[in-house]
Design a protein around this ligand. Structure first.
Ligand code: FAD
Ligand code: DLZ
Ligand code: SF4
Length: 507
């Protein structure tokens, strides 16, 4: 007898271990366990999404003729961990071998390897870039540029290619994309589903067991099976993809989703595959319904960024999430968990995160991520926050984005310079500043935007590391042109602000 372990983010029929398994003789093991639901204080909507999707996937496998043993969180004999459940099922079925799609996370790979059973790992073939291909590409390169990797992937898959040339004559349409926020960007919400009986039962469980976690279960509207996720994809293609490019970096206080797809959780759980999403988007362009700039911008996120961060996570090895190249050690301020703050941008993003378990990329990178970078918050604490609060947060994708992209804590493996920005960026790309206590145009004085003060403070305290970075030389020149008196004042005000932050004062 052989067990086939299917994890909560491996809900894809016919992929990985399931493609190699035998439904006539193998037993599929799936388990809701306390260890996975508590290794960080996950947002209740995230827990509900995983558990509901797992239950429905197990039911779909059974309908398809598989023998599935499924542990529910409340089962009396549930051992509480994935390895515990595998051992229990191995004893129950006298199984000595386990087949599993290689877990995305190092933590689980290591835990499964340590089992006293023969565990066979099957490559996760849902990704478009096999690990070997990424390693071969990375080998011998001094810097690992997304743009180079992305072109390789366009060529490998043929997506948006016209022979050897990129469709539309350019690899990248960023110059036409990424427009600032305008009120007329306002539009209808993304795809939403009412809870059915399975979801209602899970919501009840999560409400009972995880009520103390940050985040609300109210308004849970995620799709929880493949057909729902397919409907969400169709909704995005019809209503939002045509506008994706120009709005992808914009932020609006009145609109939490803009034209983003809100498909990341479905991709990460396996309800959709990256290949099918990219192909469907390309078909919209081929049919003349979507401009090249929008479809290219969207496909780059999945074929480029998503595959690239996964390659980096694998290459970097198990210690990646503990990196702290800038030596930052400040505790995470309470406003990340919903305590009040005067900073309107941060308050908006945190409140939206609490309500939806979702924020789009620029909110994560340039508001909460940028603040943590500038203020010198300990990367491990920031990592734990991101891993907790977003429905799409699994470590292989979260850690490179947080540790590498937002915090530069990997010392520059992923980004060639920190994504540090003053309030001017947020003012240009959003309308948050209009409703803020602080003045985004002031860099000193009692109401100066904290992002402005902290930006210069960040540059000053890391001068020896960044002043010679060719992409930052101009920035240091601009800072050095500011008069000495004002520079001293800005640094002193930033330090006073950081002292307030540390003491938990209302900032
Ligand atoms: P869209 O804007 O519609 O983009 C389409 C798809 O592209 C996404 O669904 C996603 O699968 C992919 N994508 C876009 N950007 C990235 C990226 N930088 N890395 C990997 N894939 C990308 N994404 C996660 O899936 N899980 C995370 O835990 C996560 N944490 C992040 C933390 C920080 C600090 C930052 C800066 C980014 C993080 N991202 C994460 C990447 C990105 O922000 C989300 O994938 C995106 O916001 C999800 O919303 P969407 O589906 O509407 O994306
Ligand atoms: C995120 C999550 C949660 C909340 N619960 C479970 C669970 O009960 N059982 C399970 O198999 N997986 C769960 N997951 C997903 C895993 O924690 C983990 O993120 C991925 O399997 C990593 O690749
Ligand atoms: Fe954020 Fe500064 Fe704008 Fe306020 S003024 S919303 S703190 S960027």
């Amino acid at each position: 007898m052989r067990l086939v372990l299917v994890l909560g983010d491996q809900l894809t029929a016919g992929a990985g271990a399931l493609a190699r398994a035998d439904r006539a003789s193998d037993v599929v093991v799936m388990a809701e366990v306390m260890e996975e639901t508590t290794y960080v204080p996950h947002h209740p909507k995230k827990i509900a999404l995983f558990l509901a999707a797992m239950r429905k996937f197990a039911a779909a496998l059974r309908r398809d003729g598989w023998r599935v043993v499924y542990s529910r969180l409340d089962d009396r004999d549930n051992t509480g961990s994935l390895v515990g459940e595998v051992r229990r099922r191995a004893a129950e079925f006298s199984a000595e071998t386990v087949l599993v799609t290689t877990p995305g996370e190092w933590r689980l790979r290591q835990a499964l390897k340590a089992l006293p059973l023969k565990v066979t790992f099957v490559e996760d073939d849902r990704f478009l870039c096999p690990q070997q291909v990424f390693r071969a590409w990375a080998q011998g390169r001094r810097v690992l540029r997304l743009e180079h990797f992305y072109r390789l992937m366009r060529r490998r898959t043929g997506l948006l290619m016209e022979g050897e040339a990129p469709a539309g004559g350019q690899w990248n349409f960023d110059r036409d994309n990424r427009k600032p926020a305008r009120a007329d960007l306002l539009r209808a919400p993304p795809y939403r589903e009412d809870p059915d009986d399975v979801v209602a039962e899970v919501l009840d469980l999560v409400r009972r067991r995880f009520a103390q976690n940050f985040g609300t279960l109210d308004g849970f509207a995620f799709a929880t099976d493949r057909s729902g996720a397919r409907r969400a994809l169709q909704h995005f293609l019809a209503y939002h993809l045509p506008h994706f490019g120009p709005t992808q970096d914009a932020m609006l206080a009145q609109d939490r989703f803009l034209h983003h797809s809100v498909l990341s959780a479905y991709l990460n759980l396996g309800l959709l595959t990256p290949g099918e999403v990219c192909t469907a988007a390309e078909a919209e362009w081929q049919a003349g319904r979507v401009p090249i700039g929008s479809v290219e911008g969207f496909i780059r996120q999945i074929l480029g960024w998503r595959e690239y961060v996964r390659g980096i996570y694998d290459l970097a090895g198990p210690g990646y999430a503990q990196k702290n190249a800038l030596g930052h050690d400040r505790p995470l301020p309470a406003f990340y968990w919903g305590a009040p703050t005067r900073m309107a941008c941060v308050a908006h993003v945190v409140e939206q995160t609490r309500a939806e378990a979702y924020a789009h990329h620029i909110q994560r990178l340039m508001v909460t991520g940028n603040f943590a970078l500038l203020a010198g918050i300990a990367p491990a604490a920031v990592h734990e926050w991101y891993l907790s609060v977003y429905a799409d947060a699994v470590e292989w994708v979260e850690a490179p984005n947080v540790i590498g992209m937002a915090l530069f804590a990997d010392g520059g493996i992923l980004a060639s310079k920190p994504y540090a920005a003053s309030g001017a960026y947020i003012a240009r790309m959003s309308n948050y500043c209009r409703g803020c206590y602080y003045d985004v145009h002031a860099r000193s004085g009692p109401r100066a935007c904290p992002f402005n003060r902290l930006y210069w403070h960040f540059l000053e305290r890391h001068r020896s590391r960044f002043a010679t970075n060719p992409r930052m030389v101009q920035i240091y020149r601009a800072w050095d042109r500011v008069g000495q008196t004002e520079r001293t004042q800005i640094v002193a005000e930033a330090e006073a602000f950081l002292a307030d932050l540390d003491s938990g004062a209302f900032v």
